[in-house]
Design a protein around this ligand. Structure first.
Ligand SMILES: Nc1ncnc2c1ncn2[C@@H]1O[C@H](COP(=O)(O)OP(=O)(O)OP(=O)(O)O)[C@@H](O)[C@H]1O
Ligand SMILES: [Mg+2]
Length: 199
């Protein structure tokens, strides 16, 4: 099956675009959702995270203390690398086994860090959702109420807009209002159907 890797910087509109593909009955696999499921209580990945960072990453209920883990990652890049070494292989394995079970002309795999993790070869085509950095900041601010500095720090940790675009097979310009998006998605949908091996 044709695998489309959907990526883009924080707040560019990946989830919004993914929803529009889902409305066209195209299966959407979301790496962020998989990452959440992997660290649920009782999951082996949570045990490995606890072994790596100590019991302080758990709440009294034994669930992941996300804000504490986020602090650890932001304060020390080695912690970030340790966490990623645990989670990234598991995320890509889960994506792989999910796509094997699907039957559809193509699927959308939303992977925010597709380029950063150097996993571009795991998909057949790269679709980048793009908007200016100032727009990213404004959208994330109104969605998550994070400080300007925090958002800038997250953006600084991701590849630049130019690098991302240089890797793209397809680009959705999401710098304008949302109502134009459905049209762009429909055009790509028709392209992907025409490229699908089942076609
Ligand atoms: N064209 C648009 N016009 C106005 N608001 C938009 C537009 N596209 C997305 N948004 C809003 O901006 C915010 C970020 O969009 P979205 O959550 O889709 O981005 P994302 O790339 O999935 O972000 P993340 O990297 O955090 O997962 C959301 O609140 C969304 O509703
Ligand atoms: Mg998202």
């Amino acid at each position: 099956m044709l695998k489309i890797g959907l990526t883009g910087g924080i707040g560019c509109g990946k989830s919004t675009v993914a929803r529009l593909f889902a409305e066209l009955n195209i299966p959407v696999i979301d790496a962020d959702e998989i990452a959440h499921q992997l660290v649920e209580k009782g999951q082996p990945a949570l045990t490995r995270i606890t072994n790596a960072f100590g019991p302080s990453v758990l709440t009294d209920e034994g669930t992941l203390n996300r804000s504490h883990l986020k602090d650890l990652i932001f304060s020390d890049n080695r912690n970030k690398q340790t966490l990623e070494a645990i989670l990234h292989p598991l995320i890509y394995q889960s994506i792989q086994s999910t796509t094997e079970k699907l039957s559809a002309p193509y699927c959308i795999i939303c992977i925010p860090l597709l380029i950063e993790t150097e996993k571009t070869e795991s998909v057949d085509r790269i679709l980048v959702v793009d908007c200016p950095v100032e727009t990213q900041i404004a959208r994330v601010q109104s969605r998550d109420h994070l400080s300007d500095e925090k958002i800038q720090a997250i953006i600084a940790n991701q590849v630049s807009r130019a690098v991302r675009i240089s890797k793209a097979d397809d680009i959705i310009d999401n710098s304008e209002m949302e109502y134009g998006l459905a049209e762009s998605v429909k055009k790509l949908h028709n392209l992907y159907l025409s490229l699908s091996p089942q076609d």
